[in-house]
Every structure is written in C-alpha cells, then in structure tokens.
Design a protein around this ligand. Structure first.
Ligand code: ZN
Length: 407
C-alpha cells in the first residue's frame, strides 16, 4: 500500500489503485478503502463517485455494523468492461474473452498462422475479433484491449518469432499493426509468461506462492510467478529454458550454443529422430519438413500416448531432458509447484508429467523439506490466451503496477 500513499489523490494512478483494491477485496466500504489506501475520506468519496459514474463499480447494499451509521458496500461491476487474450500459434489461434473480474465469458479457436503473410493474417484476426464481439453481444466501447501471447521475443528486431514457416513474421511489429487495424490498445508478452499469469487466475493460487509454468509449442518457455507477479528480467525475456544446456556434448543449437534443451527435446528434434526410423515415419505418415512440423510431432505424440513403443521411446527421451531442466529450475528457485502448458503437451503430456515427477521427487535438493507438485494445466482452457486477456485487463485496471518493462 505504500505506493498508494505516495500518489497524489487526484492522479489517474490513484483511481486505478482504488479500483484494484475494490476488485481484490470482493466487497468493501469507503471507510475500509480510506484505511487501506491512506487517502482521506473526501478523496475516497470523490474517486468512488467517478468509478460509479463510469459504471466500473456498483453499490450492492449495506453493511451490518454493530452500531452507528450504516455504510454502503462497494463491489466491482465485472460486466462493465472486457478484454481479449489471443494465443498465437502455428497450429491454431485461441481467443479468450474475459470480463473485468477475470472470468472467461467467451472463447474462439481458429486456424493457426500457418504460411500466410502477416498482412493477410492481421485482417483475419480483426475480422474474427469483430465476429467474437458480435456473438457475445459486447459493444467494442466496452473492450479495454487485446493481449497477445506469442513465442519468445526476437532479441535483435524486437519482433516475435511467431511462425516457423513464414519468414515475414520475423521482423513484423504485430502489436502496432493490430492496434491501428482494430483501434484498441494491444499489449503482448511471451506465451510462457502469459501462461503463468493465466494459471495464476485459473488455479486460484495464493499470491505468496511462487511457481513456474513450462510452456511447450515449437520450443520451450518458462513463465515464473514470483510474489504474485510475473518475473520479467532486463528485457522481458525471463525463462528461455529452451536454451538451458542439458548436454554439453550435444548437437549445435541455432542460438550458437550446443546441447540446448530445444536442440535435443523440442518437436523438431523429436521429428528428426523419428525420420531416421523408416518404418515409423512411414507408419505415422511423417513428412519431415518445417511446414509439417506440428502435424508430424502430433502424430508421434499420439502414437506414444497410445503405447506405440518406438514413439514412446522418442517422447520419453525428450521428457528425460525436460525433467533434467526442470529439476535444475526447481533447485535454483526452490519451487514447490510446476505446471505444464501449451500445445506441445496436448497429446503426450502425461508422459512428461510422469518422468518429471519421478526425477524431481527422487532428486530435488529440498525433497526432505517439501514436495514439488507437477501438474498438466487444464487442456480445455488455453492458459496463455487467458493470461494474455489478464495482461490487457491489468494494463487498464492497474497501470500503476508496471507489468512490462520499457525496452
Ligand atoms: Zn540454444
């Protein structure tokens, strides 16, 4: 609360801080708000009046104090505003619409980015957003913004590696392009950070509990929630676990290192190994090219999930490398909870969970002090998309907490 005390009572930041206090309290009185914020009763009355006028907050009834004047209770009006989260992926786009309270009110899944150029895809995304708002009967004026969850940031260009197949995405500033196309604020973060944020909402995890979300799509990312906030690092690139070295004598990685987790355990590495087994690649109808990467990987993962021994061996080998990386993360950060999320875990996630649990329970340095829960996130709800919607809500609701560092 000390950050609130330092703010002037008239600033926009103070208004958003009060709105966030009402949201996190559930129900609260003006007197309690004054106590929590350190602001005067007069300031609180004025701020609350403006929030009620904007329909963001409603008075829901009266408290039942032991004596004295009865006081009205305030709460957030969750249906007053909405935000969209969009998880960008080669295989599919997942849209999640959340209300001000962070509850999901609508979802849409459409075709992935594939090989189309950015300019074509931006038009499609704008159309799909419009369609979604119409279906849910949400006026665009009630939408505070769109959050994008994509693959890790390209350190050079400041753009995102959104597609393995269409090179045009490499230097494409999707945030600006979408913003000018739809006329709504657009924020973005990497998919692993968004997934951790989404997991935080869905899992109702206490703010005091730190955890990591391992996100697997074409590569790996690690989202870290520390003290109720996403850990960011110097350039918002925390969690590049795909380039943790797990085999110092391993194959060269495109990043310049060798034996990285991504080089030995990501879908492309698994497919390459499967392609060397002629019988298996024919049986599973594998193509081997980058433009069929997800198709090939999914076929191997499904075969492994149904017990096919050669496919199982390939997935288990990948899972052992992933388990070694997670064990190191758990040891370094003393975590007691790890979630697995993302399209890479859709079919064979159970194999990864089993091997990670096994290694961590046997070898985590703190195993005699506390257990480490390893869980697969709910496959019915894309946590990266939900987290991206949450990110957009937070940008509006609590801009005083800077969630994204300036680059
Ligand atoms: Zn690497």
């Amino acid at each position: 609360m000390s950050s609130v005390r330092r703010l002037g009572p008239s600033s926009e930041n103070t208004r958003s801080a009060i709105l966030d206090m009402i949201r996190s309290s559930g129900t609260v009185s003006r007197i309690e708000l004054a106590e929590m914020s350190g602001l005067t009763a007069t300031s609180i009355t004025r701020i609350v009046k403006s929030l009620i006028e904007d329909n963001l907050v409603v008075e829901t009834g009266f408290g039942d104090p032991t004596g004295g004047k009865r006081r009205s209770i305030l709460e957030l009006n969750p249906q007053a505003r909405f935000a969209v989260g969009l998880a960008l992926d080669d295989a599919r786009l997942t849209y999640v619409v959340a209300n001000l309270g962070g509850n999901v009110v609508g979802q849409l899944v459409s075709a992935g980015l594939g090989q189309k150029t950015p300019s074509i895809e931006i038009v499609r995304i704008a159309e799909e957003l419009k369609q979604l708002f119409t279906q849910l009967d949400i006026p665009v004026s009630h939408v505070v913004g769109v959050g994008l969850a994509g693959a890790g940031l390209d350190l050079g260009a400041g753009a995102e590696r959104l597609s393995v197949t269409a090179d045009e995405w490499d230097s494409f500033a999707i945030q600006e392009a979408l913003e000018s196309r739809i006329g709504l604020p657009v924020v973005r973060d990497n998919d692993a950070a968004c997934a951790a944020l989404g997991q935080f909402w869905v899992g109702r995890i206490p703010a005091t509990q730190d955890f990591a979300t391992l996100y697997m799509s074409n590569g790996f990312g690690l989202g870290l929630m520390v003290g109720g906030g996403v850990s960011r690092g110097a350039s918002s690139n925390v969690g590049e676990i795909g380039h943790m070295v797990v085999d110092i004598n391993g194959p060269d990685c495109w990043c310049g290192s060798r034996g990285c987790l991504e080089a030995v355990a990501a879908p492309r590495a698994i497919v390459a190994k499967a392609m060397r087994n002629r019988g298996l690649s024919t049986e599973l109808d594998l193509h081997g090219g980058d433009n069929k990467l997800r198709h090939d990987y999914n076929a191997i993962a499904r075969a492994a999930a149904s017990g096919e021994p050669r496919a199982t061996a390939l997935i288990e080998q990948s899972a052992q490398f992933v388990a070694a990386a997670i064990l190191s993360v758990v040891n370094v950060l003393d975590l007691d909870r790890v979630y697995l999320a993302g399209p890479g875990f859709a079919d064979a996630g159970a194999i990864y969970v089993r091997l990670i649990r096994d290694l961590v329970s046997r070898l985590a340095r703190t195993r005699s002090v506390h257990g480490v829960a390893v869980e697969l996130s709910d496959p019915g709800l894309d946590p990266a998309a939900l987290g991206a919607a949450t990110l957009a809500l937070q940008h509006t609701l609590i801009p005083h907490k800077r969630f994204e560092r300036q680059r």
